[in-house]
Design a protein around this ligand. Structure first.
Ligand SMILES: Nc1nc2c(c(=O)[nH]1)N[C@H]1C(S)=C(S)[C@@H](COP(=O)(O)O)O[C@H]1N2
Ligand SMILES: [Mo]
Length: 259
């Protein structure tokens, strides 16, 4: 006996078009040929790619695609903001990544060197200099490339406010590089991303000054790039005409690391 359920299940089969054996063979042959052409194309394409000039360890055509993505992202990011949260939603952030911050430093001795695109020293700033700039808070989602994220309450100075002091001296340098005082960790940012209103030179986390594991006295914070770009314990801020060296990009992660 055919149940209602069985009829329901069979209905789509009954509706399916039937084809002759000949038609079936013709179609199989065609899909075999299409598949073979696809594989040949992929192999030839791969060989072609292997013979192309290499830039930054990546074949030029792929590099060009990355650069197109970057231009696209740069245009998008200026008009786009990540969500912000209530202070009550923030949780303490775990410690992740200690390259360049393994030893304790004397915060009273700390300064950050600000350098122009020709390597010239523009400033040597202590914590008080950052305290004197306009302060802002933001509660955003910090995302780590390893797969965790957390809602963090940051306090500090927008990079764009900091930049006002140097705008007329650095011309149109399109990049900014940041380094730990020992130079062991370093990241590169494009100007559009670092000037985004949600990119902050953070002094505080959860309303209190940063502790050393989280980058005291000064680190970068943003919801718009992965944590790998959020360098802790800034020792150097360098305006640059060329794309700055980047620790994780040198280890095959995307230089842009945008979200
Ligand atoms: N100096 C330095 N900054 C760093 C890292 C690091 O190893 N060294 N790791 C990065 C990574 S991968 C992440 S996810 C965040 C983590 O910040 P947190 O330790 O405050 O959670 O710091 C970033 N900044
Ligand atoms: Mo990370």
């Amino acid at each position: 006996m055919t149940t209602e359920r069985e009829r329901e299940l069979r209905a789509p089969l009954d509706d399916a078009p039937t084809i002759t054996v000949e038609e079936f063979r013709r179609r199989s042959r065609r899909s075999f040929l299409t598949g073979a052409a696809g594989i040949t194309g992929a192999v030839l394409g791969w060989r072609w790619l292997q013979n192309q000039p290499v830039a930054d360890g990546i074949p030029q055509p792929l590099r060009s695609q990355l650069e197109r993505n970057e231009t696209l992202w740069t245009r998008l990011s200026a008009s786009r903001s990540a969500p912000e949260f209530a202070v009550s939603e923030a949780t303490p952030i775990q410690v992740n990544g200690r390259i360049g911050i393994r030893n304790e430093i004397d915060l009273a001795d700390w300064t950050v060197r600000v350098e122009g695109p020709d390597g010239e020293l523009l400033d040597d700033l202590d914590v008080a200099a950052f305290d004197a700039l306009p302060q802002r808070d933001m509660v955003i989602e910090h995302k780590c490339i390893e797969g965790w994220s957390s809602i963090v309450h940051w306090g500090g100075v927008r990079f764009s406010d900091f930049h006002q002091r140097y705008a007329d001296r650095v011309g149109d340098a399109p990049y900014v590089g940041l380094e730990t005082p020992d130079g062991l960790y370093y990241v590169g940012w494009d100007m559009a991303s670092i000037m985004h209103p949600q990119t902050m030179l953070a002094l505080r986390q959860g309303g209190a000054p940063l502790d050393q594991d989280h980058g005291a006295p000064l680190r970068i914070a943003t919801p718009n790039k992965y944590g790998i770009k959020c360098l802790k314990r800034i020792g150097v801020i360098r305006y640059a005409r060329e794309r700055p060296a980047d620790y994780w990009a040198e280890r095959s992660y995307d230089w842009y690391a945008g979200l």
